[in-house]
Design a protein around this ligand. Structure first.
Ligand code: NAG
Ligand code: NAG
Ligand code: NAG
Length: 329
């Protein structure tokens, strides 16, 4: 009994020491007040919600998207949330991110001339398609890479020089739960989002010396126009599997992304399922807080056991759908 108490007490002290040390590992928290925040895909969905959250916190904002009408509407909406409408500005740029790199670079230069060096880049531009592998044309695989991966590479490349000059920067890649776990129906989309992970880990290792921190966000299904479009052709299995994780609102996802980014956290997840998957798939990813590292160390084995239950459930869904299809034929 005595030894047990002593053990618990020592472990408690160990945790407190780790907790006290943990902020020492991370960068200084970013304040968005007066910061230039640039959001791609900023005219709708998570991108617009993130821009609104940054506006509330006093940032100057540039949004990039293709559709001028939507950009104009989004600009007005974001402006209605400004903390100080006399000092803060919202600028918009209509660009096709899948166009030539020089166009992207020109736009970023212009945005930096208007509002100063970008402190925080949020790559939200992206697009999902869900269908059975046998029904997906190979061209869709290429398109998914263009929209989710290469667009992020090009924009990030265009801001990195000035961030290195400033010796300051934060970059967000918006991935997806389907970028942590390969999900039924997402052969093309999951692969493109997984690509972001490799890019993010390598880039973080290169950029830490320049005080540049990358955040990889893994939102679950979020109530956006993008999700609505994605429903077209979505296999029933995909719906049943992803719906089990629940539906999130863009503003709650945006709040988590902004908070984690300000701290410089590498992995950013939402909800209990999101937390479990993030711990489970932490792998060799960079970590800036001892508390996070400790949680990963302690939970990984347990969460792997829980994941087996999830995998069994997914298998069940797939088997049941296959049997129903056989009956229908
Ligand atoms: C926004 O940008 C303008 C123009 O660069 C600058 O004068 C102003 O201080 C910035 N405002 C905030 C709140 O950052
Ligand atoms: C742009 O967005 C508007 C409003 O959502 C839509 O009506 C229009 O068709 C879109 N234009 C293009 C070229 O996609
Ligand atoms: C990125 O830049 C390259 C080089 O200009 C270009 O071929 C590509 O289309 C650009 N954008 C995307 C999304 O691939």
């Amino acid at each position: 009994m005595y030894w047990l108490m002593l053990g618990i007490a020592l472990f408690g002290i160990f945790l407190i020491v780790l907790y006290l040390m943990s902020p020492l590992l991370g960068p200084k928290a970013l304040s968005l007040h007066r910061a230039h925040v640039l959001v791609t895909g900023g005219s709708s969905g998570i991108g617009k919600a993130v821009a609104i959250e940054a506006a509330k916190q006093g940032a100057n904002i540039s949004i990039i998207a293709r559709n001028k009408t939507k950009l104009m509407q989004a600009k007005q909406e974001i402006e209605s949330f400004l903390k100080n409408s006399e000092k803060q500005k919202v600028e918009m740029y209509s660009v096709d991110l899948s166009g030539d790199y020089s166009e992207v670079e020109k736009t970023i230069k212009q945005a930096e001339l208007n509002l100063g060096p970008v402190k925080l880049l949020i790559n939200c531009a992206g697009n999902a398609i869900a269908n059975y592998f046998e029904n997906l044309p190979v061209s869709e695989f290429r398109r998914m890479m263009e929209m989710n991966y290469f667009s992020t590479v090009n924009v990030t490349k265009a801001v990195i020089t000035s961030m290195i000059e400033q010796q300051f920067g934060r970059i967000v890649f918006v991935s997806s739960v389907a970028g942590q776990v390969g999900v039924f129906g997402f052969t093309a989309y999951s692969a493109a989002k997984f690509a972001l992970r490799g890019f993010a880990e390598a880039l973080q290792m290169e950029m830490k010396v320049n005080n540049i921190y990358i955040t990889l966000a893994f939102p679950p299904d979020t109530d956006t126009p993008g999700l609505a479009a994605e429903q077209i052709g979505k296999p029933r299995e995909t719906k049943l599997i992803s719906e089990s994780a629940g539906l999130f609102q863009p503003d709650e996802v945006a709040r988590v992304i902004i908070e984690d980014t300000k701290k410089g956290k590498f992995l950013c997840s939402m909800g209990l399922d999101g937390y479990i998957v993030a711990m489970l798939t932490a792998g060799m990813s960079p970590v800036i807080s001892i508390m996070d590292a400790l949680q990963q160390v302690i939970t990984m084995g347990l969460f792997r056991a829980i994941s087996l239950v999830y995998l069994r459930f997914y298998d069940g869904v797939v088997t049941q759908c296959a049997e129903e299809k056989k009956k229908d034929n």
